[in-house]
Ligand binder design. Sequence first.
Ligand code: FES
Ligand SMILES: [Fe+2]
Length: 405
Amino acid sequence: MLSKEDNDLLTRVSHGAPMGRMMKQHWWIPAALSDKLEADGKPLRVRLFGENYVAFRATGGKVGFFDEACPHRGASMALARNEDNALRCIYHGWKFSVEGVTVAVPTQPANEAEYCKHVPLKHYPVREEAGIVWVWLGEGDTPPKFPELPFVGLPRENFVVFRQKVNANWLQGVETTMDSAHLGVLHQSWLKGFGDIEFSSANMAPVYHLATKPFGFRYAAVRQLKDARAYVRTNSFVMPWYGIVSPNDTEVKGGSIFFSVPIDDENIWYWQMTYRSSEKLVPNKTHHFSDADSWPPLPPGPPEDNWGQDREAMKNGHFTGFTQMLGTEDFAVIMSMGPISDRTKEYLGAGDGAVLAVRRCLMSALREFIAGQVPALARHEQIDYLQTPPVSRVVSSEAEWRAFL
Ligand code: FES
Ligand SMILES: [Fe+2]
């Protein structure tokens, strides 16, 4: 249970709320799928932390990232012409290079060059990595070091990345990623189909063993098997929103990374990347989508219709009645909590250890940020992000899995 003040501090990210300011200052933000930006193509409207931006790929391939409103009189730069390594606003023709330099103000009859120098265009540093356009939205000139998460530098065929827009606060997304206890319940109808060892022969309630780390924490979820061995999955929480989750297949090197990036206080982009460290990713049925910006499917109905839950399917053996995709089940439950879950009314148990640990990390970083410090969990130069490989293994002794932590 949280106080209302703490729930507000943790969840609110727009309108200058400290959590939003901290995230923008100290972390790179996943903003768009690289594939959605075409050189000289349509600019993309991007909303993050309750603010509107525009991203575009210039003639030479570089990505630019500006405030959406033209600095002149606020026409949307998403309507701009994208040509000649610049955006040209269609209203009065002001032109801004991909580097963020104002290069033409045709409505200024004299001293145009001098006038250009003072146009307050807001533009932001961008980096492309792992099929994603990342942006730094902080104050000042020096972006933080880019975190060397496990997907950095992987060849394109080693990963798949997609996202969905979900009407829920960002913390609900992160908490469901780290909440391993729900897998064997909420997703049981799906996991049967994957032939997963965990749920066919182990009990549903894992025992969590947490280890704090410079990037957040890591935990082993240990499930005793009938034959005295244990099935162990180690997952990591990497600030401020990454859940790095082990694969179901114990033979595989790689995992899935989920991140819930705030569009505003009540909406997120729920991202998922599944990757293999040293081999090509063989797509499974969860990777067959037509639009990477809209996957997995949202629950098919409105709240008035119980989000489109299929009671007939439940009668016929489906546990949740959300037969669309495994992720649809996550979306249904996090949307059903309301746009911002009221954590003053929750009642937590032993299975919620990882959820509590997420909140502790965020809150400790936020206290440091409010006190004017760089949060310890954001000192990227000192953090070894490669300590995060997810492991999923059947082991015969505690010493064996302790070594994975
Ligand atoms: S509003 Fe963009 S040039 Fe005038
Ligand atoms: Fe889930």
